[in-house]
Design a protein. Structure first.
Length: 144
């Protein structure tokens, strides 16, 4: 067996193991995260560092109280990328009021669940989204 074949087999094994643990939706976002990156001149921005030490950021573009764009960045684990991506997908098209109701459980439900040790990544994502929403509200109240 060549080195490349060995690496290929190892990668296949890791993916097979992950599929046993994670839902198809988690695997899909893990392979192809949606909405990664920042937004120029965002209407809302939140940054939260979780107890695990990982930091997440969410940027929002809002029009007439509706989130028309949402993006994220994180220096955290693979699951934090999946969760951050999921909250941006969930937030888009929702009013600020509706998006503020996105919590850890709704992220977990939308993802089809996560192993116990990864569940806090969903909490960090929900908290970061709420932080970004909290930043938009005062601006809207001032009419800017
Ligand atoms: S381990 Fe820190 S967010 Fe996942």
């Amino acid at each position: 067996m060549t080195g490349d074949e060995w690496v290929g087999e190892l990668q296949d094994k890791v993916i097979r193991d992950m599929k046993r643990i994670y839902s198809p939706k988690v695997m899909k976002l893990w392979k192809n995260p949606q909405n990664a990156g920042s937004l120029d001149y965002p209407d809302g921005y939140g940054q939260v560092t979780g107890p695990c030490g990982d930091t997440m950021q969410v940027w929002l573009r809002v029009q007439a109280d509706v989130i028309i764009d949402a993006t994220f960045w994180t220096d955290g684990c693979g699951t934090s990328v999946v969760c951050a991506s999921m909250v941006t997908v969930m937030a888009k098209g929702k009013t600020l009021e509706e998006a503020a109701r996105i919590d850890q459980q709704s992220v977990l439900d939308e993802l089809g669940g996560l192993p116990e040790e990864d569940r806090h990544c969903a909490l960090l994502a929900a908290n970061t989204l709420r932080e970004a929403i909290g930043c938009v509200r005062p601006k809207l109240a001032k009419g800017s």
